[in-house]
Ligand binder design. Structure first.
Ligand code: ZN
Length: 207
């Protein structure tokens, strides 16, 4: 059963493991998301895009990403936008949810949401923004995934049926520590939080 919605640790268990398509080496019993990170959006070749399309179709790849927009790193935003759109199309085509990296780009990501014909869930991973950033995303229908560092007021503002947890690239924190911290911020039992998160993951990934 998956609890950690997003990690780059290829050895992780109970986790949705994020891979770059050219490094995809599926291990038995594990589930993956495949995408080209916005930090690696410079010099994307047709080979990389082909690898993305191939990995995305693999039965152990149950989500697309991480993709998204980063105003502080990676290629100029215009190039990131076209790569992001490629991931949006792929997610729709394959009926797999989208995992999104968002740094100072919530307006652009909301715009992409409203302009695309979506049928799959969109998840903002590593949510650190304040409630003012989060609320329009919650209202639109996004899921928010929280890692070891988060804004407690944003956790409180997120409905339980829209909340996920993750370790991302943090090797110091375990997913149970994240669960505990998020539950505490929300004023509920850790088990209650874990139950809600597992139910959300089951529904997002159609497990
Ligand atoms: Zn990540």
């Amino acid at each position: 059963m998956i609890l950690d919605f997003h990690t780059h640790n290829q050895q992780a268990t109970d986790a949705l493991i994020c891979v770059e398509p050219q490094n995809f080496d599926p291990q038995p019993g594990k589930l993956y998301s495949a995408g080209i990170h916005p930090w690696h959006s410079e010099n994307v070749t047709s080979e990389t895009l082909e690898a993305l399309h191939a990995a995305a179709r693999h039965p152990q790849v149950v989500a697309i990403g991480e993709t998204g927009l980063d105003a502080l790193r990676g290629a100029p935003l215009e190039a990131q936008q076209s790569l992001f759109q490629e991931h949006i199309r792929l997610a729709e085509q394959l009926g797999k949810p989208l995992i999104i990296h968002m740094v100072r780009t919530s307006q652009q990501i909301l715009k992409a949401w409203h302009e695309s014909q979506r049928s799959v869930p969109w998840v903002i991973h590593g949510m650190r923004g304040n409630p003012r950033v989060a609320q329009p995303l919650i209202d639109a229908g996004f899921y928010l995934s929280f890692g070891p560092r988060f804004n407690p007021a944003t956790v409180t503002a997120t409905p339980l049926d829209r909340l996920l947890i993750e370790t991302d690239d943090d090797t110091a924190a375990t997913i149970h520590e994240v669960a505990q911290a998020v539950a505490q911020a929300r004023g509920i039992d850790t088990q209650q939080l874990i139950d809600a998160v597992t139910q959300n993951i089951t529904s997002i990934l159609s497990l």
